[in-house]
Design a protein around this ligand. Structure first.
Ligand code: ADP
Ligand code: MG
Length: 484
């Protein structure tokens, strides 16, 4: 009989609100820079401050980025948009209102797929809307005062809201990971959680398994790392179950995550609906999008990781692991695609990228941009290994770095440095004889039946030939000699 533990009695229900700072150079309604890390309060024109008499003007690039994200998620794009003022008092919001969208989010619906151990799951989006960010209150510089840096005020954000359709901390983790990958892929946000470019609020409730009605939710604000999102949600699910199991009542609350001890604490009890007195911003004209402008952006969408994965599995016969890895990073993907145009050894290209090329980039802190000049030579190097002209370890350890740092033909380099693999039977025979002469006792053991020793002999031949002996030929020759 299956035991019913409290956690199997309940189903967790999670809805996420993710804020992503758009990668525009200037703010949503004026030309102030959006650079991260600038000296405090140096990117704040009167428009950012909302001084009377100033007029905001919408940044078209930000609108474009929001639509691009929406199209990639299969959302419907709203054609008739307006910006609304969301009124509230907050020290880092000098205008007294945030410009956001209210009844016309620019993107509606849509889905994002995540790969869970139980299979692919489609996460439903409710909407994606555009809004401006607030400034930052800094509490840890002074013991007696809160410092305010308004540089961030007015930075364009998209807020992506899911339906309450996630059911575990793990799913939430996978979803945010997927969103970060997607915004980076599309180039609409740098996805940098440490710098606050991507932040997440998690709404969590529990209900009895099989129950349809949603339970009372709590909201954890401003989670700023993917690991914390997972920890905070896990902690909160357990806390809500504990309250319910001990006869308590869950109250709607806004909470915060304490990364020092992996717990959450209440910031405020939430009244049912905040009244923000939304109204259309009278300084900003409603903006209308045409079908043509939306379709033009759809045409500019890059192939998405999921689409590439399906294509590569089919036409290159690569494993799930390989396709997953090779569609992680856009520059790497582009490099892989270029190599597949120069060589048809797809699996080897994948191995080269995931192995020696990644190691080289890590060690040298170079980027794929640096590698682009060497592209044809890297393709030639891979071909040479496939054609048994070079041994893989010589090619990856001794030649790859050289032809990247000084783009040149791997064949010329290998010839100059005497690194070509030998398939001359005479030359290999000499190495074979040398090895057999050096290990008479192992030869005797082999002849008595310890056939596994062949690996040792092949390794020795490789060693004394400095990787130049073609291992297939040396194996054949060794077996022949040892059978004599
Ligand atoms: P608000 O305007 O107060 O932020 P929304 O209705 O826009 O509330 O919902 C915000 C997020 O909370 C959405 O992701 C939604 O899916 C999620 N959510 C709403 N109700 C619940 C609930 N009972 N349990 C879990 N998540 C919920
Ligand atoms: Mg909310």
């Amino acid at each position: 009989m299956q035991t019913v533990t409290p956690s199997s009695k309940y189903e967790a229900v999670i809805g996420l609100e993710i804020h992503a700072q758009l990668a525009t150079h200037s703010k949503l309604f004026c030309g102030d820079a959006t650079d991260f890390g600038a000296a405090p309060n140096t990117q704040i024109s009167p428009i950012t401050m909302g001084h009377p008499g100033t007029l905001p003007k919408t940044n078209e690039k930000a609108v474009e980025y929001a639509i691009t994200m929406g199209l990639a998620c299969g959302c419907a794009i709203e054609k008739n948009n307006y910006f609304a003022r969301k009124n509230y008092f907050y020290p880092d919001l000098p205008k007294g209102y945030q410009i956001s969208q209210h009844t016309t989010p620019i993107c509606v619906g849509g889905t994002v797929n995540i790969k869970t151990p139980a299979g692919v799951k489609s996460i439903q989006l409710n909407r994606i809307h555009l809004e401006e960010d607030a400034g930052k209150s800094i509490h840890d510089i002074s013991d007696t005062a809160t410092m305010i840096d308004l540089n961030r005020a007015g930075t364009p954000l998209i807020e992506l809201v899911t339906e309450p359709c996630l059911h575990s901390a793990e799913e939430a983790f996978l979803f945010v990971t997927e969103i970060r990958k997607l915004v980076r892929w599309l180039g609409v946000c740098d996805g940098n959680m440490e710098e606050g470019s991507l932040r997440c609020d998690a709404n969590i409730s529990i209900r009895l398994q099989g129950e349809k009605k949603l339970g009372t939710r709590v909201e954890i604000k401003n989670l700023n790392s993917i690991r914390n999102i997972k920890k905070a949600i896990q902690y909160e699910i357990e806390r809500l179950i504990e309250i319910t199991e001990t006869g308590g009542t869950i109250i709607q609350q806004t909470r915060s995550f304490d990364a020092n001890n992996d717990t959450t604490f209440s910031i405020r009890d939430k009244e049912d609906a905040n009244d923000y007195r939304y109204f259309p911003d009278p300084d900003l004209a409603p903006f209308h999008l045409t079908n043509e402008s939306i379709e033009a952006l759809r045409l500019k969408l890059p192939a998405l990781p999921n689409e590439l994965q399906i294509e590569w599995t089919k036409s290159f016969k690569l494993s799930d692991y390989d396709v997953e890895q090779l569609s992680e990073n856009k520059e790497e993907t582009a490099f892989f695609i270029q190599l597949t145009k120069l060589s048809t050894h797809y699996k080897s290209i994948a191995n080269w990228i995931l192995g020696p090329i990644r190691s080289y980039l890590n060690e040298s802190s170079n980027s794929y941009e640096k590698l682009s000049l060497a592209l044809p030579y890297i393709a030639a190097l891979i071909e040479m290994v496939e054609n048994n002209q070079l041994n893989f370890s010589v090619a990856s350890n001794k030649i790859l770095k050289e032809i990247i740092e000084q783009p040149q033909s791997p064949l010329t380099y290998a010839e100059q440095h005497n690194l070509l693999q030998s398939n001359s039977a005479d030359e290999i025979e000499q190495w074979v004889n040398e090895v057999l002469a050096k290990h008479p006792d192992k030869v005797t053991e082999y002849k008595k039946g310890k056939k596994g020793l062949i690996g040792l002999f092949v390794g020795e031949v490789k060693k004394i030939s400095q990787g130049k002996a073609d291992p297939k030929l040396s194996t054949q020759l060794l077996e022949k000699k040892l059978a004599e």
